[in-house]
Design a protein around this ligand. Structure first.
Ligand SMILES: [Zn+2]
Length: 100
């Protein structure tokens, strides 16, 4: 199972891919991802069994491309997103966007 960068077509193992996730936007349900190869920054949605790539528009996120990742699971937390696949898991922290 390899996950592609949609910008440069490099392919990554899940551990390489999910370690490059940096910021969970809980409101939009998106994680930021920076390609370790080409530096492209993308937003994607982690869904059960797949990843959704797309573009934000008018306050929503439209998923245009889906990449199947069999067995992928997610758990939304208050301040982070937990992603798990097989026996591995990754935690993507939320950035606090609105300091009081
Ligand atoms: Zn890339």
């Amino acid at each position: 199972m390899l996950i592609p960068c949609l910008a440069c077509d490099s392919k990554f193992r899940p551990d390489e891919f999910f370690e490059a996730c940096s910021d969970y936007n809980r409101g939009m349900d998106l994680v930021s991802w920076t390609c370790p190869c080409c530096g492209n920054r993308d937003d994607l949605r982690v869904l059960p069994g797949e990843l959704g790539f797309g573009y934000p528009s008018r306050g929503r996120f439209d998923v245009l491309d889906r990449v199947r990742v069999p067995g992928l699971r997610r758990q939304r937390g208050e301040l982070r997103l937990d992603i798990s696949l097989d026996r591995s898991s990754w935690h993507v922290p939320s950035r606090l966007r609105q300091p009081v």
